[in-house]
Design a protein around this ligand. Structure first.
Ligand code: NAD
Length: 454
């Protein structure tokens, strides 16, 4: 029997989890089961769906330490951040338990005094949830929780590199849901089969832009609904009047914590020339102090890259850059797929460290002649997920947040750090379809009918 295995990036010899790979025939059987179970779940009263989701949240809360340890070992996330991820997953299930009880439509004026006109939503049916490895608990949570709250069944296809965390979440869900409401599928080619299957009415994808675009094309071509959150190349702009100290603390965490592997991590730092030299020196000094050790140690700030090949591609990108390495750019003398936090001063916005998603602790530093030039540099990338701006000038903040092309904009805060109750998503090559999280999630997980009683 073929299996899917995840390993520990800190110690690649350690197998963290191993699960059976789902064969195409088994996937068909699982989808049939989900289709039947989904009909019952759609008819389950909203308060009962809410109770089930609250019980899932309770179990996640009780099992915080086990889940955080699993996340940390499986994807190399610093343990303190892994605990934060578990807490956010718990809160996400509670949020959508409540959302299940909110009004599901609008009453509209009738065409005449006898007509009752209203909108009503219904679940889409079976939803495919395809997820990446970097937030192995909370990204599945922010898709599964609304899918289930609004009455859908789910086929959950996680990343091979995070199957252990995904299996643990599925086990918790199955304690509180009817059998088949959530089915788990893993293995090579399974994501593509989920995207192709006519039994799957909608697919919510998070991962790389390359794969996301394939998924969107496949799902849309058969007339089903797709949503994709994809790569980023997120800029932070520091204007001349900014609180530079606050900016540096925020940026170094955002660029290098969890080895730069958040989709919203800061990948470019764009600094106004009036404060450029002193900001550059302070960034280098702060990056050099970051603690790069075993992610299970509570003092860890950076941790390893997900695997050796991703670490080596990041190193190759640094070597191919025409920029000047200010700090890092080397492997530390420890086992595992580590890379020193790396800051590279690049000559312009066409350098590959300023255009491509590197997904490692590698950040490009650029000099801007003016605030307008900084915004122009920030927008000079195919991506548009998150952007941040440091300034004390309210008027500049309002103007530039209108001009910056990103789905998520943060002023005097780093590009990372988002709220589960706020709509989430990007623009340009970072995103396709409706927003995730918050009440915005309802649009994807339901379809609406307009009813007129004449
Ligand atoms: P990935 O694209 O390699 O894989 C994502 C998922 O898609 C995995 O489950 C994978 O098995 C599956 N998959 C692979 N090929 C497929 C195919 N042909 N059809 C269907 N599914 C397929 O991404 P990854 O390496 O797991 O994650 C890192 C990427 O995710 C980065 O680009 C990062 O920016 C992005 N990401 C984006 C967000 C966001 O919200 N925008 C959040 C987290 C991660």
């Amino acid at each position: 029997m073929s299996t899917v295995r995840s390993t520990n990036p800190h110690d690649p010899k350690e197998t963290v989890a191993e699960v059976p790979a789902t064969s195409p025939d088994h996937l068909s059987a699982l989808l049939e089961l989900a289709t039947h179970a989904g009909r019952d779940w759609a008819h389950t009263a909203a308060p009962d769906r809410a109770t089930a989701l609250n019980r899932v949240a309770d179990d996640i809360g009780v099992e915080t330490n086990r889940l955080a340890d699993l996340i940390s070992r499986e994807v190399g996330k610093p343990i303190t951040e892994a605990r934060g991820e578990v807490q956010r997953a718990e809160r996400t299930f509670r949020y959508f338990a409540q959302a299940a009880l909110l009004p599901q439509g609008d009453v509209l004026p009738g065409a005449d005094s006898r007509t009752l006109s209203f909108t009503r939503t219904r679940p889409r049916g079976v939803v495919g949830v395809i997820t990446p490895w970097n937030f192995p608990l909370v990204i599945p949570a922010w898709k599964l929780a609304p899918a289930l709250a609004y009455g859908n069944a789910v086929v959950f296809k996680p990343s091979a590199q995070a199957v252990g965390t995904a299996e643990a979440l599925t086990d918790i869900l199955n304690r509180h849901l009817l059998p088949g409401v959530v089915v788990f599928a893993a293995g090579p080619g399974t994501g593509a089969l989920v995207a192709q299957s006519p039994a799957v009415n909608a697919v919510s994808f998070t991962g790389s832009t390359e794969v996301g675009r394939q998924v969107v094309a496949t799902v849309s071509a058969r007339g089903a609904v797709a949503q994709a959150e994809m790569g980023g190349q997120n800029p932070t702009v520091i204007l001349a009047d900014a609180d530079v100290e606050a900016a540096i603390t925020g940026i170094t965490g955002s660029a290098f914590a969890f080895a730069g592997q958040k989709c919203t991590a800061t990948s470019r730092i764009i600094v106004h020339e009036d404060i450029y030299e002193r900001t550059r020196e302070a960034l280098v000094e702060t990056a050099r102090k970051l603690v790069l050790i075993d992610p299970s140690d509570p003092n860890c700030q950076v941790g390893p890259v997900i695997d050796i090949s991703s670490r080596d591609s990041a190193l190759a990108a640094v070597k191919s850059s025409s920029g000047r390495v200010l700090t890092g750019g080397t492997k530390p003398d420890i086992a595992g797929s580590y890379l020193e936090p790396t800051l590279v001063e690049v000559p312009g916005s066409d350098d590959l460290l300023a255009t491509d998603e590197i997904f490692a602790p590698v950040t490009a530093l650029l000099r801007a002649r003016s605030a307008a030039h900084a915004v122009e540099l920030a927008n000079a990338t195919p991506f548009g997920l998150s952007a941040s701006l440091y300034t004390r000038d309210l008027s500049a903040a309002l103007t530039h947040t209108r001009e910056l092309k990103a789905g998520m904009l943060r002023v005097n805060a780093p590009t990372t750090g988002l709220d589960h109750w706020a709509p989430f998503g990007g623009t340009k090559a970072s995103s396709f379809g409706s927003r995730e999280q918050g009440l915005a999630a309802k649009e994807f997980y339901t379809e609406s009918s307009t009813v007129a009683f004449c």
